[in-house]
Design a protein around this ligand. Structure first.
Ligand code: PLP
Length: 391
């Protein structure tokens, strides 16, 4: 019976779809050892460099000393430790919303929110490039799912006009698209949601902490903070915020409803005290140390311009996520391997993570990179792309 595993693995290898784990050594910084080699990491989500910030580490150590390393139960049983209340109040204030609810991961938040908010008789409109966790949440919900072409608000409006008879309508989009680095057309989507009495759900996993004057994210970037913009917003604590976990913000009644109806919230262990305390420290840093965000955007500009000078397009990105299309999956992975040999780690991205024919190198720049790191990486990129006759 277990032959099946081996056969499937062989099939994946033949299709250039086989995945394996790289061995990472050392703290999550701009330079790490990857598969035994010291390299510049250009594919992490530690966008502000907070994963090793001394204030996050101190907060995590203090929480560990005081409360231990485990919350010892799900939140509805005995795991709702004292750090949750302050973190959720702080997150609600940060996002200018009535209430926040912390989840264990962004994946679980999307799954748990979508499947609780809509069900049979309802309809979800999901952007074609939505993250896998939105896709899986849609599947789990048993609602009718309509996928609209990426960021095509007119096509979405046509769907709204032709669809009748559904109980509730939910629009689900990413803020910053995780593989392309472009932004949701949020103002138009918010207007459409109001006009057609739909709920708008935003997954701002990659915008939180980095976009907007205060780092509130994509909604702030578009001047859409507060309840008149997005109804339900999801963000993660494990990317720019340098910790682990996720949250949902919205109305007080949404929070109460999710506590009662969201299965991925209810049936899982509470987060650990050090993760909660580190997330809290990260929110303080967002307020008090804007220099991280400024450094990130300076580095993004420098690296993006460097790629463009080489003749490499990063379309359609407008953010810190910079895709360089290679198209062919085998070539993409070979180029990623070659870059690693040259001292740069940039993971190649293939289907099913991205649509067929759009395999790419996906560079992510962080505030932790120095100019020297970025210049070294650009030199390596030039060499590798030339070797592959892509320049
Ligand atoms: C857009 C988006 N949403 C959700 C997630 C999941 O978040 P988490 O890693 O906290 O599960 C990710 C990536 O991990 C993502 O890119």
């Amino acid at each position: 019976m277990t032959d099946f595993f081996e056969r499937e693995i062989e099939r994946l290898k033949r299709k250039d779809s086989y995945r394996w784990l790289r061995a990472m050594e050392g703290p999550a910084e701009a330079r790490m050892r990857v598969d035994g080699r010291e390299v510049i990491v250009l594919c992490s989500s530690n966008y502000l460099g907070l994963a090793t910030h001394h204030r996050l580490k101190a907060a995590a150590i203090e929480a560990t000393e005081r409360l231990g390393v485990c919350s010892a139960a799900s939140r509805l049983i005995a795991g709702n430790n004292e750090l949750y209340r302050t973190l959720e109040e702080r997150l609600a204030r940060f996002k200018g919303r009535e209430a926040a609810l912390v989840y264990s991961t962004g994946y679980m938040a999307n799954l748990g929110v979508i499947s609780a908010v809509v069900g049979e008789g309802d309809v979800i409109y999901a952007d074609a490039l939505s993250h896998a966790s939105i896709v899986d949440g849609c599947r789990l919900s048993r609602a009718t799912v309509k996928v609209f072409p990426h960021n095509d608000v007119d096509a979405l409006e046509q769907l709204f006009k032709s669809d009748t008879g559904f109980r509730r309508r939910l629009i689900a989009v990413d803020g910053v698209y995780s593989m392309d680095g472009d932004l949701a057309s949020l103002p138009e989507l918010a207007k459409l949601a109001r006009n057609y009495d739909a709920l708008l759900m935003l997954d701002d996993a990659h915008g939180t902490g980095v976009l907007g004057e205060r780092g509130e994210g994509t909604a702030e970037h578009f001047g859409l903070t507060g309840p008149e913009g997005v109804d339900i917003e999801i963000g993660t604590l494990g990317k720019a915020l340098g910790s682990f976990g996720a949250y949902v913000v919205g109305s007080r009644s949404l929070r109460e409803y999710l506590i009662n109806r969201s299965r991925s919230f209810i049936f899982t262990c509470a987060l650990t005290p050090p993760a909660l305390a580190a997330a809290m420290a990260a929110l303080d840093i967002l307020d008090e140390e804007p220099a991280h965000r400024q450094r990130l955007w300076e580095s993004v500009r420098h690296f993006r311009e460097g790629l463009h000078r080489l003749g490499l397009s990063t379309e359609p990105s407008v953010t810190h996520i910079l895709p360089v299309m290679i198209h062919d999956r085998q070539r993409t992975m070979a180029l990623s391997d070659r870059l690693l040999e040259l001292g740069v780690f940039c993971q190649g991205i293939r289907p099913p993570t991205v649509p067929p024919g759009t395999s790419r190198l996906r560079f992510t720049v962080t505030a932790a990179h120095t100019r020297a790191d970025l210049d070294r990486a650009l030199e390596a990129a030039e060499k590798a792309f030339r070797e592959f006759a892509l320049l």
